[in-house]
Design a protein around this ligand. Structure first.
Ligand code: ARG
Ligand code: ZN
Length: 896
């Protein structure tokens, strides 16, 4: 439905009824409409006269007709967004035959080959959207992906137009002592009136979205890296002076990534310089601009006093991600934005494999699956569901999603499994080698990637391509019977309907499976099966009587497995499976089953007691298993997330009658924590004694810290007084942020005097450190405290709060939107707060505002009273005039 013309006015007030709708809906861009650009731009020269309040950009483009197209039209369309044209020159002379169209500049060129020069003037200080050239903390920097370059100068701002860039920039020497751009510095000098200049040249042709420029007062932590062929690369991490001491981890992570990509994917770096710059105002995590990555400070700065173990891992992962883009993204880029997963899915897989190697495979895999289930599964089951290669969009920024990134990575991971399972050599690597070789220097498609993998590995991926076209998480119902030759297992797969897609075809799904024996404890050999039909039966060999099927080991495929399994079998798998993921999964399954049944009021007294007893039994074996290292133990001790539980509760009900009840889930989950805390008090105390005082640098320190905080969190539910003592002690004695934050997290949920004391102490200690103050906001917004809503309202008035900094906005409100018991408050106050945030933020930063729509968009799968309240907030937003394209698109999809 077209929401711009939806009546917003039940009483028929004529004033409201006549309210002007959006001038017109933002147009829909479709994948099938792709056409190559009729021109090529072999060379681009830019000259920036930099100023925070005013920057002048002179662009000089060498343009030729694209020999690969048939167009003979004289029209040269250059994208622009909010730019005004002062003058157009063609071949050195003033030129009059141009016009403006929706922000674009359209020039009618007489011939086949020209030089076009355009001057524009922009105001970086007014750029609160943080796309294009903007000011942050006194410095100037850029973000051009996906369509930010058109806010700097007129250009064919699409990823399939590759050009080499020569960039000169000049500005105040005082304000901008450091001037950086892509590629290599080829000249510098002094100018008039206290200015200086630098000239940069990037030899690698690139699309405009990979352009970057940084000017500011920065210092670098530097160390050279020598590539396998002997190129010495100067690596710099640029930050403000006061942050320099927190850059070692980022620099070391960069070196590790460079080495790993040589060893594992055979990819070597291709410039003499690699610059990373940290900025505090940034919409996303980081950006892979050629030779000049721009990063959110959150993914650069880390030291033990201010960053948690998880923060260290995140820095390492994002540094690796952006580095790996140099090949999967920059050397080979995307033909159009529908191909985004070509670079993002593949690069996420590469950073995950890297982190598995350096941080530990089992735990990293569990963490990645947890993220997928908490963020991507709900997306795939809601109104914003889209295939990893979408078919249409209005605003491409809305498609930087968990689906394109994380499910995209899972899909390529399945190809890798199919190529490598059981083999001695890295057959998948033959596919990626061929891909890099075949498409180097090109703007490619997902289809190009799949074909290269087929040709390089020998796989046949015809049906597998459906993973690129079909949205929705496949569900596999599993039934088993004991046959004469083994265990007969029947798999029935369904791919749910999603917006614009119904009656989908069967997927090609690889699954690693094994059949164990519960009686003897014998573990069956693992094998890879491949599902291709709606329903099929496969006979698996037995390893003894009482067969227990271990399925989707290592989370081979991003699917939901539905099976009737004896609880005793799950307890067995949780305690004994040799696949660490399967072990985790069995424990999760036990908890999910109990919590969903309890929250849907399907259990009587005895059923409840039995469910809790089973979870406690499984937990006991986790707490006391001497073979487990603490990192894995800490992972296993985490109950399934509430979002994952909503999905399980709303489930696959084809009639759509079963709905999630977030408050019931929350209540049951907290109750289960209480029962675990009470029942296993002795085991938890024993474990606590082992982990409480392991030194920070001890090899077992990380795991110990994880377990310690998990224990305190369980006691917070069962024995708040004991938890307050434990957490206060942990906080006071902490010599690192992991312990400090973990303790404060537990205290934040308690009604106890220690809460406010420690919150204040934390604030006083870190006042002025933006990233740590973000944590302070988040801990309060995410807490289990019954008064979260009023805490968040008060925090919004805190002098440190601002709507202009995305990290700060997210630290308060994304945390709140993810805090089920507060967001889903029965009176709708949580929904109203998030809708108000969207409306207040949209004029400032539409890209970040639009990210807050999806929590409200889940209304269809939620119990009807709350669903109505959520929908009403979405309608209130939809009825507001002047919405950004970003928010308009997400809200209208959520109401459709
Ligand atoms: N390519 C970047 C990365 O994943 C993210 C850029 C996001 N840009 C955007 N407009 N959403 O590393
Ligand atoms: Zn990326």
């Amino acid at each position: 439905m077209d929401i711009a013309t939806t009546p917003q006015n039940p009483e028929g007030n004529p004033e409201l009824a006549d309210a002007a709708p959006m001038p017109h809906d933002p147009p829909v861009i479709r994948r099938e409409d792709y056409e190559p650009y009729p021109w090529i731009v072999p060379e681009t020269e830019l000259d920036f006269a930099l100023g925070i309040g005013s920057t002048r950009v002179a662009a000089r483009l060498k343009i030729k007709r694209n020999p690969g197209t048939e167009s003979t039209s004289p029209e040269l369309r250059l994208n622009g967004d909010g730019l005004t044209t002062e003058m157009v020159m063609v071949d050195g002379a003033r030129f009059g035959d141009w016009s403006m169209d929706e922000g674009d500049l359209v020039v009618n060129l007489p011939g086949e080959s020209h030089t076009v020069e355009i001057v524009t003037q922009i105001d970086p200080s007014a750029n609160t959207a943080l796309m294009g050239l903007f000011a942050s903390n006194g410095m100037l920097c850029t973000q051009c992906e996906a369509e930010g370059f058109r806010r700097i100068t007129f250009f064919p701002d699409r990823p399939d137009v590759l050009s080499t860039y020569r960039v000169k920039m000049s500005g105040s020497k005082d304000r901008f002592p450091i001037l950086l751009c892509n590629g290599n510095k080829v000249g510098e000098g002094e100018g008039d009136g206290g200015t200086h200049w630098a000239e940069w040249h990037d030899p690698w042709p690139k699309p405009s979205y990979l352009f970057a420029l940084v000017a500011g007062d920065l210092v670098a932590n530097s160390a050279p890296f020598t590539t396998r062929s002997g190129r010495v690369v100067e690596c710099n991490v640029w930050v403000r002076e006061e942050d320099l001491a927190r850059t070692d981890h980022a620099l070391q992570s960069l070196h590790r990534s460079m080495k790993w990509d040589e060893d594992v994917f055979g990819r070597e770096y291709d410039l003499d310089l690699y610059n990373i710059v940290a900025v505090s105002d940034f919409n996303m995590g980081a950006m892979e601009n050629k030779g000049l990555n721009v990063f959110n400070t959150k993914y650069v700065l880390a030291d033990p006093d201010t960053a948690t173990d998880a923060d260290f891992d995140a820095v390492e992962g994002v540094i690796a991600h952006e580095y790996f883009h140099n090949w999967s993204g920059n050397r080979i880029t995307c033909r159009d934005w529908f191909q985004l997963s070509l670079k993002e899915g593949f690069t996420v897989l590469r950073d995950q494999l890297f982190s598995q190697d350096v941080q530990g495979e089992a735990v990293k895999r569990i963490e990645d699956v947890r993220i997928l289930r908490a963020a991507q599964f709900p997306e795939d089951a809601g109104p914003l569901a889209h295939p990893i290669r979408p078919d249409s969009y209005r605003e491409i920024s809305n498609f930087y999603t968990a689906t394109v990134y994380n499910k995209g990575a899972e899909v390529i991971r399945m190809m890798r499994t199919l190529a490598n399972f059981g083999g001695q050599v890295d057959n998948f690597r033959k596919g990626t080698d061929l891909y890099f070789d075949r498409h180097d220097g090109e703007a490619a498609t997902c289809e190009d990637f799949i074909t290269a993998i087929e040709d390089g590995t020998g796989l046949e991926l015809a049906q597998f391509r459906r993973w690129y076209r079909q949205a929705g998480t496949p569900r596999i119902a599993v039934r088993q019977t004991l046959g004469d030759d083994g265990l007969d297992v029947t798999f029935r797969q369904t791919v749910p309907d999603t917006p614009g897609q119904r009656n989908k075809g069967a997927m090609h799904i690889p699954l690693r499976v094994a059949v164990h024996c519960r009686e003897t404890g014998a573990l069956g050999a693992e094998q890879l099966i491949e599902l291709r039909q709606d329903e099929q039966t496969i006979t698996l060999p037995l390893s003894g009587p009482f067969p227990v099927l271990s399925i989707n080991r290592g989370f081979t495929a991003p699917v939901i497995i539905e099976r009737e399994l004896d609880s005793a079998d799950l307890v067995f798998l949780a305690a004994k499976d040799d696949d660490p993921f399967a072990r985790y999964e069995a424990l999760q399954d036990l908890a999910v089953r109990h919590l969903v049944a309890a929250a849907s009021q399907q259990l009587d007294q005895a059923g409840r007691a039995e469910g809790k007893r089973l979870v406690c039994d499984a937990f006991r074996s986790i707490l006391t298993d001497p073979e487990l290292d603490h990192s894995m133990r800490g992972e296993l001790m985490m109950l399934p997330s509430e979002t994952y539980l909503f999905e399980a509760m709303a489930g696959s009900d084809p009639a759509g009658i079963r709905k999630a009840e977030p408050l019931e889930i929350h209540k049951e989950r907290e109750q289960l924590k209480t029962v675990i805390g009470v029942t296993l008090k002795r085991e938890l105390e024993g474990l606590y004694a082992q982990v409480a005082d392991v030194p920070y640098d001890d090899p077992a320190g990380r795991g110990a810290r994880k377990v310690k905080t998990q224990i305190a969190a369980l006691f917070a539910a069962s024995d708040p007084e004991r938890a307050a003592i434990m957490a206060s002690r942990q906080f006071d004695q902490a010599d690192n942020m992991t312990d400090r934050q973990g303790a404060l997290m537990v205290l934040c949920g308690l009604k106890h005097p220690a809460r406010d004391e420690r919150l204040q102490a934390f604030y006083d200690r870190y006042q002025g450190n933006a990233l740590v103050i973000d944590k302070w906001f988040t801990l309060q917004a995410l807490s289990l405290h019954p008064d979260v809503l009023s805490h968040v309202k008060a925090l919004a008035e805190h002098p440190d709060f601002t709507m202009k900094n995305p990290n700060r906005v997210r630290s308060l409100y994304m945390a709140f939107a993810g805090n089920a018991h507060a967001f889903h408050a029965q009176d709708g106050s949580g929904y109203r707060m998030i809708a108000d945030v969207i409306l207040a933020l949209d004029p400032i930063n539409p890209q970040t505002a639009a990210r807050f729509v999806s929590p409200l968009g889940r209304w269809r799968r939620i119990e009807s009273v709350k669903a109505g309240l959520m929908k009403a907030e979405l309608e209130r937003i939809a009825g507001t005039e002047g919405l950004s394209r970003d928010t308009f698109e997400q809200v209208s999809r959520s109401l459709d």
